[in-house]
Write a protein that binds this ligand. Structure first.
Ligand SMILES: [Zn+2]
Length: 454
């Protein structure tokens, strides 16, 4: 028997020499080189098809002792698992998928395509007659010139719909039921601080709950135009994050949330007076102990309860002052009537997603009244909240026209060097023109809280 392979081996070596000579001749010519590569691939593929046939032969006519896979592993420098996989595929091809095997040897399907088809057909949930199986194979081989291996596998998996539509439907329904049970069991939401100023949110919910969430988020996603004047071009996922913040604001304002610890769900922040007034230092969120920038604390303080507390040297509470409620219900109702949503030019946030903002900061002596308040979505609130450490020239300024109550936005120098005041398009038809500018210099204004620390 041995001399059969011996004799063949000389001719096989000759093929190899031929290919090597071709490789030398196409050197320096990319398209010719790729052409030779294609021919080598096609040849290797067809050889692999023949190899499958031989592996099956070796497996069924093998002598006692080592299996075909074990012998391959021992002699051909291949892993045992890949040898076993190959022998299993060889047997499948020979026993059930002979038309695929033939198409592989003929070069009609590639080795990867053949593997894809076999993998798909093996996962068919219905039992097939030999005739049905042959019909499937013929049909799939017909797609080989159009579909890649993965696509062929998917089409093969769906062959049951062609063979036994009724049973396939029932099986599909079973699969969907099972998936739904698993999805329910796997529901999870992880919300953890990353200790670098962000909260990480990751989770999964059953598909219908997720669709509902997504529909609400999509409805709240700010339009790209909302950002036109901000100097930022956020991508879709950033806009979705802004939508989630709006969503939380709406839930908080709804009054429907159950109390936790005897009060509405809330964020407790401690902040020194220096940080609030002069932007020095940082605050701390009580729940997580995470730090909060003074700017963020100032934005939150616009529409929050502030409880002045005097702490002793070792942080023991010496005195808890009166709680101030900012933007009471009647003031907020008046703001909603007047502003009808975020008043930043171009923004489409509804009133429920908005926070009250003091145009003259309360720490700079601004009072909490309709003529000193506007509704802003959290995104634009963050954008316009004045920073006492920066020049007024580089910050947004809001001027409320004392005549008609319309809020005019003056962009910072870097957004518009001319600093032309703008009005939300909602009010354009009512606006006559911007009121005379009053320069607001936060750094120079004397904070009321500093004068009167009650
Ligand atoms: Zn806005």
């Amino acid at each position: 028997m041995e001399h059969i392979a011996e004799a063949g081996s000389e001719q096989l070596d000759a093929v190899l020499d031929l290919v090597a000579a071709l490789a030398v001749r196409v050197r320096g010519n990319a398209s010719e080189a790729l052409d030779v590569v294609s021919r080598i691939d096609a040849l290797c593929d067809r050889l692999q098809g023949v190899r499958m046939d031989l592996l099956h032969e070796a497996q069924v006519s093998g002598e006692p002792g080592l299996s075909a896979a074990e012998r391959l592993h021992a002699t051909n420098r291949v892993s045992l698992s890949s040898s076993r996989r190959d022998v299993r595929l060889a047997c499948d091809l020979s026993d059930r998928f002979s038309l695929i095997a033939q198409a592989w040897r003929d070069g009609v399907v590639s080795g990867q395509q053949a593997r894809g088809i076999v993998a798909g057909l093996k996962h068919l949930p219905v039992a097939m007659t030999r005739l049905q199986l042959d019909a499937c194979q013929t049909e799939l081989v017909g797609f080989a010139d159009r579909l890649d291996p993965d696509e062929l596998r998917v089409v093969a998996e769906r062959m049951a719909e062609v063979i036994d539509p009724e049973r396939a439907e029932a099986l599909e329904a079973d699969r969907i039921e099972r998936d739904a049970r698993i999805a329910h069991a796997r529901r999870a939401l992880v919300v953890v601080p990353d200790h670098q100023g962000s909260m990480l949110i990751r989770g999964q919910v059953p598909i219908a709950d997720g669709e509902l969430f997504l529909a609400q988020l999509t409805a709240l996603t700010p339009s790209a135009a909302s950002y036109r004047l901000t100097g930022e071009l956020p991508d879709r996922s950033a806009r979705r994050a802004d939508a989630l913040v709006r969503w939380c604001g709406i839930a908080a304002a709804s009054g429907q949330l159950p109390a936790t610890g005897g009060d509405r769900p809330q964020v407790l922040v401690t902040l020194g007076l220096e940080a609030l007034v002069h932007g020095m230092g940082a605050g701390t969120m009580l729940a997580s102990g995470e730090p909060l920038s003074a700017g963020e604390a100032r934005r939150l303080s616009c529409d929050a309860h502030i409880t002045p507390t005097v702490l002793g040297g070792a942080s023991e509470v010496l005195d808890v002052g009166r709680t101030h409620r900012f933007f009471t219900r009647p003031i907020r109702a008046a703001l909603v009537l007047r502003d009808q949503g975020c008043v930043f030019p171009g923004c489409d946030a509804p009133p429920a997603a908005c926070e009250g903002h003091h145009t003259r900061p309360w720490w700079s002596g601004g009072t909490t009244c309709v003529s000193n308040g506007v509704l802003l979505c959290p995104y634009h609130h963050r954008l316009v909240e004045p920073d006492p450490n920066r020049s007024a020239q580089v910050q947004w300024q809001i001027l409320i026209d004392p005549g008609n109550g319309l809020p005019w936005f003056t962009p910072p120098r870097q957004i518009d060097p001319a600093r032309a005041p703008r009005l939300h398009h909602r009010f354009l038809l009512r606006g006559t023109g911007p009121p005379p500018s009053q320069e607001q210099d936060w750094a120079r204004s004397l904070p009321q809280v500093a004068r009167d620390p009650q």
